[in-house]
Design a protein around this ligand. Structure first.
Ligand code: 3PG
Length: 203
């Protein structure tokens, strides 16, 4: 499985209350986006992964904001089927590989892309996308390094997502706009399904 080819827009999700995890995942599936990247940014994240893995097996479940080898292991043990990191170090890259699941190491410079390619990995995250040059950067990188494929995230919105998705070296984009904190807190799953449906239509 390639984590870049699951959905055109990968929902980047922050969960504060594990009780919201399953209805949120179901809302994304219902809207037409059967994948998510659940960030390890809150104490609830691992429990949320466990619940989604157990109760929504039809979703491609990723863990994001993986910044240490221990987090990579813990996320896979909790049920993550793929891993995403905001940046990359040699130790983290080795740990991501050791888990045996697909992963997208984060890059934001040409040298970082080259280091990841040197390790035999051609699919990666581009973060923070808008702050690091956006579509102009990706177009420029495609010249010397056409084998690198990206999931750009960071600052991407519905209006700009199509510009990224039109690039040959972009497999999908990621973003938090599909799962607003106020909608999660209010249990407004219909709104999240609608946002997911609009994003799915970009693919
Ligand atoms: C990420 O981790 O990919 C970013 O936090 C997502 O950025 P966004 O909130 O601008 O979509």
């Amino acid at each position: 499985m390639s984590a870049l080819d699951l959905v055109p827009v990968l929902p980047v999700v922050v969960i504060d209350d594990p009780a919201t995890a399953v209805p949120l995942a179901r809302a994304l599936v219902d809207g037409g986006l059967p994948a998510l990247e659940l960030t390890l940014r809150t104490p609830a994240a691992l429990e949320a992964l466990r619940r989604i893995a157990a109760e929504v097996p039809e979703i491609a479940l990723g863990a994001g904001t993986v910044v240490t080898p221990a987090q990579a292991e813990a996320a896979v043990a909790a049920g993550a089927g793929f891993l995403v990191s905001p940046g990359c170090t040699p130790d983290l890259l080795a740990a991501l590989r050791d888990t045996g699941v697909p992963f997208l190491p984060g890059t934001s410079t040409v040298s970082e892309v080259m280091a990841v390619l040197e390790a035999g990995v051609t699919e990666m995250k581009f973060f923070p996308a808008e702050a690091s040059g956006g579509t102009a950067y990706l177009r420029a990188v495609a010249g010397p390094l056409p084998q690198a494929r990206f999931c750009p995230t960071g600052g991407i919105r519905p209006a700009t997502a199509p510009d990224y998705l039109a690039l040959p070296n972009v497999g999908c984009v990621g973003g938090t706009w599909l799962t607003p904190a106020d909608a999660i807190a209010a249990g407004d799953w219909a709104r999240i399904s609608t946002l997911a449906g609009e994003a799915a239509a970009l693919g």
